[in-house]
Design a protein around this ligand. Structure first.
Ligand SMILES: [Zn+2]
Length: 210
């Protein structure tokens, strides 16, 4: 595996929340102080506040020892729905490493989705529940998912027991991401709570698909 090409400095930002340039890329405030490790991770300095920090700070790989190329390989397998065991075998990684990365990637992806999936321009939405399990087959749970019917973009996922509260939370979390939730067509599997909750949360009548 070869080292990953580092992203341009203009795409990175200061991690000091007290800095005037916190979280803003392209401010021309960062320089490289030194480079460390096999992946040539850069240690940066912000000239607006003087803080020095690793370019990995606040990323999913902060404080991991695993080579970046392998971490990305693990992430790609997990994103395709490969199991923990399967991913461990295919990437020559320990199962605990895969599990730890899954947790980190998940939290990071959730924060990224929260920041970017806003004001979505969606006309037809699909809502569905899938049955699954967490960790062991004994821990049964449901995934409730809201998708853009056209692009299949995942707008929202909620996990829990299959009840009205799950659908309620899926609808409320989806509603706040939409640019025009009042002109929406909703397609569902016909679960009764959609019919009762949709008018309450979206303020428009529910029309079952024909
Ligand atoms: Zn700064």
């Amino acid at each position: 595996m070869t080292a990953i090409e580092r992203p341009p400095l203009s795409s990175l930002a200061c991690v000091n929340s007290a800095c005037e340039s916190y979280g803003q890329s392209g401010q021309d405030n960062l320089t490289v102080r030194k480079v460390y490790g096999k992946d040539h991770i850069r240690f940066l300095r912000c000239h607006h506040c003087g803080q020095e920090f690793s370019e990995r700070k606040n990323t999913a790989l902060w404080n991991t020892k695993i080579p970046e190329a392998r971490a990305i390989d693990v992430g790609r397998h997990l994103a395709e729905g490969v199991s923990l065991k399967g991913t461990a075998r295919l990437t020559y990684s320990h199962k605990d490493t895969v599990k730890r990365l899954l947790g980190r990637f998940g939290h990071h992806a959730q924060a990224f989705h929260e920041q970017t999936a806003q004001q979505l321009d969606i006309d037809v939405l699909e809502m569905d529940e899938r049955h699954g399990y967490v960790e062991h087959k004994a821990e049964q749970c449901w995934d409730a998912v809201a998708l853009d019917a056209e692009s299949k973009f995942v707008v929202q996922v909620e996990v829990g027991p299959r009840n009205e509260q799950l659908i309620d939370s899926l609808m409320r979390q989806t509603h706040r991401r939409l640019a025009h939730p009042q002109d929406l067509v909703l397609m569902t599997d016909g679960e009764a709570s959609y019919r009762t909750l949709f008018p309450v949360i979206f303020g428009v009548p529910y029309l079952p698909p024909v």
